[in-house]
Ligand binder design. Structure first.
Ligand SMILES: NC(=O)c1ccc[n+]([C@@H]2O[C@H](COP(=O)([O-])OP(=O)(O)OC[C@H]3O[C@@H](n4cnc5c(N)ncnc54)[C@H](O)[C@@H]3O)[C@@H](O)[C@H]2O)c1
Length: 332
């Protein structure tokens, strides 16, 4: 099959202010592609645009991908500014969150889903009409190797990245079934040396501090953002449905397919010591389960709740734990 050219095409890249997104913009402009570079951070975005040199041109668009209306306005604006429909959207913007399920704050969970999952869906659906109209469209959604396996402390991230994979693969099947001129790729990077750990939220009860978290991240990142961008662009050129980025992504993919659900044992055995040092059984903060907002609190106590609270001292310990967790959260 003839590989795709980017010359005189129009690409939209989200999360273009840093890491993989920035590297994608620089690479695409070099290949003669015009790029609408999007990010929520104006200054970082402008730096990317200033660095982008080539026969294509890059323009900066600052908005929040978690804002559906803003994404649709953005699609109209780009159509007008460039005078042509977009050929390619790379939904790349993403953030991280380290938190145990039983303690995770809803606001953190929803913040992450808004960017990593809904942002991807908004971008896909706002631009699909233009991609179809272009006659040569391509949707590229960035999931993760954590869209194939799960790890400790990453439940929200895993949920979003598994969801991106499901949504993207379904879209591909639809485009094929309807014979629409849109290719669809789902990207699964392994560890890439970017700013994602620094901008991640880390719950006070995660059992590791910011320095440990950064150290852990630097241990698991094998690939540069430039190399990641080159692999992704090569995958797009060859219309690959699944683009694995980095040797670790290939290894984990093979492990997951070989072991099936038993990968969870291996992931725990490898990831717990990597994340928590020698102690593979991290100490939790003394905290009750994360509480839903008052309006969403169940009317009846959950089964077994009465039994638990009847234990001597448990109620007192629970309130003390909750107070401490709230104080930690307020401080963080
Ligand atoms: N770095 C890794 O190891 C790794 C591994 C697997 C998947 N990924 C995924 O790759 C993608 C890119 O991440 P990265 O590693 O380059 O991170 P990064 O932090 O270097 O870049 C992410 C960019 O997204 C932007 N962004 C964040 N929230 C936004 C919002 N609401 N609206 C618009 N832009 C927003 C940030 O400002 C930043 O410029 C993410 O989806 C991430 O989940 C990264």
């Amino acid at each position: 099959m003839k590989s795709k050219s980017f010359q005189n095409k129009l690409a939209v890249v989200t999360g273009a202010g840093s890491g993989i997104g920035r590297a994608l913009v620089l690479d695409l402009v070099l290949r003669g592609c015009d790029v609408a570079a999007c990010d929520v951070q104006q200054q970082a975005l402008e730096e990317t645009v200033a660095l982008a040199v080539g026969s294509g041109k890059a323009r900066a668009y600052c908005f929040d991908v978690a804002d559906r209306a803003a994404f649709y306005q953005h699609a109209d604006r780009i159509r007008g500014d460039f005078g042509q429909p977009a050929n390619l959207i790379i939904n790349n913007a993403g953030v991280g969150l380290g938190a145990r399920v039983r303690e995770m704050r809803w606001e953190d969970f929803e913040w992450l889903m808004g960017i990593n999952f809904w942002g991807v869906c908004y971008g896909t659906q706002a631009f699909l009409p233009q991609l179809i109209e272009s006659g040569d469209g391509h949707v590229v959604n960035v999931s993760s190797i954590y869209g194939m396996i799960s790890g400790p402390l990453t439940s929200a991230y895993n949920a979003a990245k598994f969801a991106v994979r499901g949504y993207t693969e379904s879209l591909r099947i639809e485009m094929l079934a309807e014979k629409l001129p849109v290719q669809v790729s789902c990207v699964h990077p392994g560890g890439i040396r970017t700013n994602i750990a620094k901008s991640s939220r880390l719950d006070a009860g995660a059992g590791m501090d910011r320095a440990d978290f950064d150290k852990w991240f630097s241990r698991i990142t094998l690939t540069s953002p430039e190399k990641a961008a080159a692999i992704i662009i090569n995958g797009i050129r060859h219309n690959r449905p699944r683009i694995l980025v980095g040797p670790d992504a290939h290894l984990i993919d093979a492990m997951q397919r070989t072991l099936g659900i038993r990968y969870q044992w291996l992931a725990g055995a490898l990831l717990n010591p990597l994340m928590f040092g020698k102690s593979s059984a991290p100490q939790s903060r003394p905290v009750a389960a994360a509480q839903p907002p008052a309006a969403a609190m169940p009317a009846r106590p959950a089964p077994g709740a009465a039994k638990k609270t009847s234990r001597a001292g448990a109620g007192r310990a629970k309130s003390a734990g909750r107070a401490q967790a709230e104080a930690e959260n307020d401080a963080g």
